[in-house]
Ligand binder design. Structure first.
Ligand SMILES: C[S@@+](CC[C@H](N)C(=O)[O-])C[C@H]1O[C@@H](n2cnc3c(N)ncnc32)[C@H](O)[C@@H]1O
Length: 296
């Protein structure tokens, strides 16, 4: 009975999209997910807010500056790569507006017909363009912006480790993606392939449970990770910030791993010995971390 109540609580915490994915995995007779529609995206508080990526970049760079001599990224003429840009191209439109020569990403849920649809252009990109002009100046009018997106963005509908993205990049970014990739090691190996001496990177990783619940760690530490993943599916890989730091080091990418949100006191669960034996408290309760380098 107790387990049933816990399970129902867990289901109640899931977003509709997660519930759908869970159901898909558990109930194979359901038809496959049909993918995003413009209405899905434009009704989503997160996705419809296109200027979110400029706000995120301002925030990540402000945090990086507190910890190191971080010089703001300059996109002019750069080759920019993003891991898992999401259905609306993530940092791509911002990078291109700010002068990037090329933007490449790998995103398993990429639908070019959706991204370049009239509906998304009119309802999403026009507003984003106006916001970009306000922030960075009238670098290009809307038609030139739209043309540049078509010419300079290449997004592969694939996992990053398998995508045909090769050669040294100037800037590499990701936003809440590295915690979702399986296997993380293959993804970091691919990042190492793109890393040159002056390649600059900023990865924001969210180590929390991704529920809108009481604590970002509720439900995570009560069992070993393989039990959690078996129950929830391959939604988050459960690497902690020390694992990410170790992997970057092992693959030869010199990185600063900067905690950017540590939330301890709200956790009410009981931490399984698997976690206690491997991680200290600061690792366990770092929800957000920035993986950044080099400073200039
Ligand atoms: C939480 S979403 C973040 C999307 C986007 N970065 C944003 O902030 O809106 C995580 C994204 O990672 C993508 N993803 C999952 N596994 C991936 C992989 N192996 N390679 C690239 N992207 C992946 C998912 O499809 C999803 O779009």
């Amino acid at each position: 009975m107790k387990r049933l109540i816990a399970k129902l609580g867990y289901l109640a915490d899931l977003t509709p999209r997660e519930t759908w994915r869970l159901a898909k995995g558990k109930l194979p007779f359901l038809p496959g997910h049909k993918g995003w529609t413009p209405d899905d995206l434009l009704n989503s508080a997160k996705h419809r807010h296109g200027i979110r990526f400029a706000e995120l970049l301002l925030r990540q760079e402000a945090v990086a500056q507190r910890h190191m001599d971080w010089a703001p990224l300059d996109f002019e003429g750069q080759r920019v790569v993003e891991v898992g840009c999401g259905p609306l191209g993530g940092y791509g439109p911002l990078a291109i507006f700010r002068g990037a020569e090329q933007f490449e990403s790998a995103e398993p849920e990429w639908e070019p017909g959706l991204f370049f649809s009239d509906s998304v252009r009119e309802r999403y990109f026009r507003v984003m363009h106006a916001d970009l002009v306000a922030l960075y100046g009238a670098r290009m009018d809307f038609d030139a912006f739209w043309r540049a997106l078509r010419e300079k963005m290449t997004v592969h509908k694939a996992g990053f480790d398998a995508a045909p993205i090769a050669g040294e990049a100037d800037i590499v970014l990701s936003q809440s993606c590295l915690e979702h990739v399986f296997p993380l090691e293959g993804t970091v190996a691919k990042l190492a392939d793109l890393q040159g001496r002056s390649t600059r990177f900023l990865h924001l990783v969210d180590f929390g449970n991704h529920y809108l619940g009481h604590s970002p760690f509720d439900g995570l530490y009560e069992q070993p990770p393989e039990v959690y993943i078996a129950r929830r599916g391959k939604a988050i890989n459960l690497a902690r910030s020390s694992d990410v730091a170790r992997l970057f080091e092992a693959k030869g990418i010199p990185a600063h791993v900067i905690p950017s949100r540590v939330v301890k006191d709200s956790y009410r669960g009981s931490i399984h010995s698997w976690w206690r034996e491997r991680y200290d408290e600061s690792d366990l309760f770092t929800q957000l971390a920035l993986v950044a380098g080099p400073a200039v």
